[in-house]
Design a protein around this ligand. Structure first.
Ligand SMILES: Nc1nc2c(c(=O)[nH]1)N[C@H]1C(S)=C(S)[C@@H](COP(=O)(O)O)O[C@H]1N2
Ligand SMILES: [Mo]
Length: 371
């Protein structure tokens, strides 16, 4: 191999990006310790406390001075703008509870496992986000007639898949013009924490997390579709080379709050025999949740849970189920949700080469102990 052909970075596994073994690579552990899931007991809060919200940062958290930070609005617009944080905060503001989930949630449960951030379950949160509608900013800048997408660029920069890049995602024009898409400066009534996008991020209700660009620095109106790295990486495909379908809205999913007490190492649950109320959350980017089912026998039989209305159109819904756990023994609890569009969570894993959208039913092992 010529010196110039040598990979600059160490190879992880066999270099294919797919790991058939269940043992994690140290590089995956390194990512898992930087990023984190919602502890499942955190599903109990309607609005996720900021410190419990999941976190995903591709590169580094950028250092930002809000005094000198500017948001530029340009590209195919009649009137380019440069906005300060104070300019943004003088605009009409709205606060929306929005459920955000990483498209890679459930990735590390896949077999074979795509090598990346190794999420199990819980790359999700439901915070209250305050900001001004993106639409108002676009209206003020005046979009040219040929605009098809709005490109959002963050301040963070890194190398991924061998490509050096700014973190960038684009929105289809009709999505960008939705009144509920926010340029947000507050999470749960406080300025954004550094790791969640300080001073400003985008919130795109219903879409998987990658679209909610943090540390926003520019908004650009495009007349041709964007094909940058973060668009080609977020695809549903059976191999890394195949283009596949783009990852967009959150697929229907539900999670349950593990009952009882955990065994420290295995997280297996221990519950005293008797009635147990099972609770959890369910959400979908394709419309409200119409039904949640619970199984206590690993998916062999299902029973309907009681589903609460959403606290906001883009927020997860609570569900509950009265489990008669009167018989001691070993159980596998499962939950699966249905949305208004008719989607239902699969019992089997949905495997893709990049581990996107694995919304297979959530499973929790429980030992019921005789009282
Ligand atoms: N600028 C920038 N925005 C970003 C990211 C990033 O790495 N850089 N990660 C994205 C991904 S993949 C997800 S899942 C969400 C996570 O948002 P949170 O960390 O606030 O939960 O932010 C998105 N926005
Ligand atoms: Mo993500």
């Amino acid at each position: 191999m010529a010196a110039s052909d040598r990979p600059v970075f160490p190879v992880v596994g066999d270099g294919s990006g797919i790991e058939p073994d269940r043992k994690l690579h140290p590089e995956e552990l390194q990512l898992a310790l930087r990023n984190k899931a919602l502890p499942l007991e955190g599903l109990r809060y309607d609005v996720t406390p900021t410190g419990l919200h999941y976190l995903l940062v591709h590169y580094d958290i950028p250092a930002v001075d809000a005094q000198t930070w500017r948001l530029t609005v340009g590209g195919h617009v009649r009137q380019p703008l440069t906005l300060t944080l104070a300019d943004l905060q003088r605009r009409p503001a709205r606060t929306l509870p929005v459920t955000l989930e990483c498209a890679g949630d459930g990735r590390a449960l896949l077999e074979p496992r795509p090598v990346s951030q190794p999420w199990l379950a819980g790359a999700v949160g439901n915070a209250a986000w305050t900001g001004t509608p993106l639409r108002g900013i676009l209206d003020e800048a005046g979009l040219e007639d040929d605009v098809v997408e709005i490109l959002l660029t963050g301040l963070d920069r890194g190398i991924e898949g061998g490509v050096e890049q700014d973190y960038q995602r684009s929105l289809p024009l009709d999505t960008a013009l939705d009144d509920d898409v926010l340029v947000a400066w507050a999470m749960n009534d406080r300025p954004l924490e550094p790791q969640h996008g300080y001073p400003v991020r985008v919130i795109v209700p219903g879409w998987y997390g990658m679209t909610h660009v943090k540390w926003l620095r520019s908004i650009e109106a495009l007349s041709v579709p964007f094909d940058g790295y973060q668009h080609t990486a977020y695809r549903y495909s059976q191999s890394r080379d195949e283009p596949g379908e783009p990852v967009t809205l959150m697929r229907v999913r539900s999670l349950l709050i593990p009952p009882g007490i955990p065994d420290f190492l295995t997280r297996t649950r221990v519950v005293q025999a008797g009635p147990v109320e099972l609770r959890g959350r369910a959400w979908s980017g394709y419309g409200p949740i119409t039904r949640v089912e619970v199984s206590v026998d690993g998916g062999a039989s299902w029973n309907d849970a009681e589903v609460s209305p959403p606290p906001g159109v883009h927020a997860w819904q609570a569900w509950r189920y009265a489990w008669d756990a009167s018989r001691a023994g070993e159980y596998e609890l499962c939950c699966r949700a249905h949305d208004r569009a008719g989607n239902v969570q699969p019992v089997e894993q949905y495997w893709t080469a990049r581990g996107m959208g694995n919304n297979a039913v959530h499973r929790v092992r429980v030992l019921v102990r005789a009282s």
